[in-house]
Write a new protein. Structure first.
Lengths: 200, 200
């Protein structure tokens, strides 16, 4: 119990349910909120509830949206022949920020992870296959995470889409820009060599 | 803007106002809350508001409490001749956890920090002097943080309390338990030598 207050303790408990928030951080946040103006705390609580009530997943791509379908799916200027497949809605933001991709997205809402009990039936793949067929997609770019689970998910999705006669690509794995070769681990460096590009 | 949702963006903005929460963490928390059950989000929002409405600072010691005076100030079993002075309400928890202190507390609600515009007038020292006089305190243990601001605050408080004829002590600065001497910085090691204790 924090000092003599059950309510601070309850708030700490609720805060620690969130990712990246441990007991110590939760305590610090709770004490910050206790000191903060009531308006700020109310604004935060209201922002949570408002978001929860109004924000949903797009019925087409599974991305985050307040209108359905989302603005990306509705945008006539997007290239409707390419779909970028990602694991989570947050990944869409990362790809959008690059400004390099003008196609559509598809969010799987997960990754194959037998240890966490996540199997193929938990991923939004049926809707992806439907979209590939009805939209006449020419290329699927798979942008799952560069780790064991992401790679497994990538292979699984590729195996489902390829029989439909669609070109399937995956984003390059290699040494990150701005880093040092000495810092790259062997697996990354091996993938960078394997995926080398010709200088023309 | 995150995807196509202003409300997610607003929540991220509100979350980043809190300490230790950067843009990336806020984004992760917002996406977590979007996925979490409505009951969990409501419980968190309610815990914040409830805490804000019911928890206050004790009018005696300045610690966190739901009743005034707080349970520590009201507890007849506490030693009412010693006050431990700390910077923030959170520090009370740390000292209480040790189980080594059975006296009363006094929270300054800040530390001298000219760079942040915090001067002597911003600390709860008047009420400390009143308590020293009326409670007939025999010892003041100053437990401010072991850094420049904390030390300055410690010296300032000591200078005010000493003329009242009260014994003023400060917690020992030294090498932390469980660490390695090689890892201690020079200032800490110098203070550890200066504050050495005789082995009897």
């Amino acid at each position: 119990m924090l000092g003599s207050s059950d309510r601070i303790e309850r708030l700490i408990q609720e805060l620690t349910k969130m990712p990246t928030i441990g007991r110590r951080t939760a305590q610090r946040l709770a004490l910050y909120l206790l000191k903060a103006p009531l308006e700020e705390v109310t604004a935060l609580a209201r922002a949570m509830i408002e978001m929860k009530k109004r924000v949903k997943y797009c019925s087409e791509c599974g991305g985050i949206t307040e209108q359905d379908p989302c603005v990306i799916c509705c945008d006539p200027k997007r290239d409707r022949s390419v779909i970028c497949v990602v694991e989570e809605p947050g990944n869409v933001i990362g790809v959008e920020k690059t400004g390099e991709f003008r196609g559509l997205y598809h969010v799987l809402h997960g990754r194959l992870s037998p240890l966490d009990g996540v199997g193929p039936e938990d991923l939004s793949v049926d809707s992806l296959l439907d979209r590939v067929k009805t939209l006449g997609i020419g290329e699927i770019i798979i942008a799952t995470n560069p780790n064991v689970e992401g790679e497994a998910t990538c292979n699984y999705v590729a195996g489902l889409v390829k029989p439909l006669g669609v070109k399937v690509t995956t984003i390059a794995r290699g040494v990150p820009m701005g880093s040092d070769l000495d810092l790259a681990d062997e697996v990354t460096l091996a993938r960078a060599i394997e995926g080398r590009g010709e200088i023309k």
